[in-house]
Design a protein around this ligand. Structure first.
Ligand code: FES
Length: 120
């Protein structure tokens, strides 16, 4: 059977993510499923997420606060991310995440993340 590529909806592979700088400036971008929230910021030149280690969960400079409406919807964090968050600037239990560990999927369409005042 030939796949129905003419009716394939490419926008279903994208998630709209709102990045809010500490100043309040919002950036709303479409990020492809499979990328991380950090890569979405990097690829769209959004300031405030430095990602010094390139996504290896080894620097905590991709730290954000997940909007409270989304904290139960994002994938659970593993122990490595939890440990690395100890080095983040003013982490907030239940809201702080490392964006390099948040994989984008349809489920994250509409996600809102806020940057801390600074990274580390
Ligand atoms: Fe370094 Fe996320 S990019 S911990």
């Amino acid at each position: 059977m030939i796949p129905d590529i003419l009716n394939f909806k490419w926008d279903e592979l994208m998630a709209k993510i709102t990045y809010v700088e500490h100043s309040g400036t919002e950036h709303v971008v479409e990020v492809a499923s499979g990328l991380t929230v950090m890569e979405g910021a990097r690829d769209n030149n959004i300031p405030g997420i430095e990602a010094d280690c390139g996504g290896a969960c080894a620097c905590s400079t991709c730290h954000v606060y997940v909007d409270t409406a989304w904290t139960d919807k994002v994938p659970a964090m593993d122990g490595m991310e939890e440990d690395m968050l100890d080095f983040a600037f003013e982490p907030k239990p239940g809201q702080s995440r490392l964006t390099c560990q948040l994989r984008v999927s349809d489920d994250l369409d509409g996600l809102i993340v806020r940057m801390p005042e600074r990274q580390i």
